[in-house]
Write a protein that binds this ligand. Structure first.
Ligand code: AQP
Length: 330
């Protein structure tokens, strides 16, 4: 059976892009693949400037939001990356087989580094640590959004290089598991919805907060007046309808938009209803966890122990393969 691993950075609040592109799929997969492994990748969230108090709150908030979204510690392993030091150990080993040019070619590195005056080496090494995150559990299936495909290619290359260098068939070649909502755009309708871009809808926002964001959100730019027929296929709001509403509602929205029956505000109100229906149980579970924080801490402690047991076994085998343990042959 496939071994599932995926991670999420505690670099901000869990948003509907993360949820639709990855986390909703994690919840589905945990039922089909007992022992699926999900990680809050806090070491990935420290490559830029940050405030330790904010990071502390975000690590906790991310773990809580994942549990509220439906990650079940009885089915899946949920843990904090920095609780399992083997991630950084394997990452160092992988830096010794990763060509610098492969890292410099990564789109995310080019984007992030172009905005920085001084580039921390961690920004360049990010996909090496990500390869270690996945391969430490010898995972072969990684549920992610579309933006992670290039990083996963690098993880596959790393696996191949390690196996070839030491003439073993030890690491698998991890494949992405994508959803139909693999790339959610931000409310500007241009860039990817992203924690760092401020164009998100948080999973725990109230109905009113969501509405205040939906009201000005970009629709079909050619639809100037309510009487202009819209083009659902180019409208970001329509894409969100497909993610949050049932097929018959989506069909009605498409019809009303393209015949100018509804204006964009009417359409956004129907979207709000669909979102509220999906997000209300998540917010309720989050409030329950706020009232009982030990449930989050216990889940992370149990998950950390289970993850570490697998990680230690892998590292024992890796050290053996690499000549980093044992006595010389006589
Ligand atoms: N807009 C998106 N649409 C679909 N999937 C998305 N994911 C992120 N944004 C979208 C997926 O969510 C998972 C966790 O992502 P991450 O937090 O580890 O990294 P990210 O992709 O860099 O997320 P953000 O929100 O854009 O964070 P920042 O701004 O900190 O860089 C991944 O599976 C990702 O594909």
């Amino acid at each position: 059976m496939a071994r599932i691993f995926s991670g999420i950075q505690p670099s901000g609040e869990l948003h509907i892009g993360n949820y639709l592109g990855a986390v909703k799929n994690w919840v589905k997969l945990q039922g089909e693949h007992p022992g699926a492994i999900y990680c809050v990748v806090d070491y990935h969230a420290i490559t830029g400037a940050y405030d330790p108090a904010v990071l502390r709150a975000r690590r906790w908030g991310m773990a809580k939001s994942l549990l509220a979204s439906g990650i079940d510690p009885a089915q899946a392993i949920l843990f904090m990356q920095s609780d399992v030091p083997e991630h950084t150990e394997l990452s160092w080993i992988f830096t010794t087989i990763t060509p610098l040019g492969d890292l410099e070619r990564q789109t995310q590195f080019k984007d992030k580094s172009s905005k920085l005056e001084s580039i921390p080496a961690g920004v360049l090494m990010y996909p090496v640590l990500q390869a270690a995150d996945i391969l430490l559990y010898r995972a072969d299936s990684v549920p992610v959004g579309e933006d992670q495909i290039q990083h996963l290619e690098l993880a596959r290359d790393t696996s191949r290089k390690f196996n070839a260098k030491f003439d073993v068939a030890y690491f698998p070649e991890p494949k992405p598991l994508l959803t139909p909502t693999r790339r959610i755009l931000g409310l500007d309708g241009n860039a990817k919805m992203s924690k760092s871009m401020g164009n998100t809808i948080g999973l725990l926002e109230s109905d009113d907060e969501i509405w205040q964001k939906l009201r000005p959100a970009m629709t079909d730019p050619q639809r100037v007046r309510k009487s202009d027929p819209g083009r659902p296929e180019v409208c970001n709001i329509f894409q969100l309808h497909k993610a949050f509403n049932a097929e018959h509602t989506v069909a009605q929205v498409a019809d009303q938009c393209s015949t100018a029956g509804w204006g964009c505000m009417d359409c956004k109100k129907v979207l709000l209803e669909g979102m509220v229906q999906e997000l209300t149980p998540i917010r309720r579970r989050s409030a329950e966890l706020d009232a009982e924080p030990s449930r989050v801490l216990d889940a992370l402690a149990d998950g950390g122990r289970a993850a570490r047991a697998i990680a230690q076994q892998t590292m024992g085998e890796v050290r053996e393969i690499m000549g980093l343990s044992g006595l010389p042959a006589t």
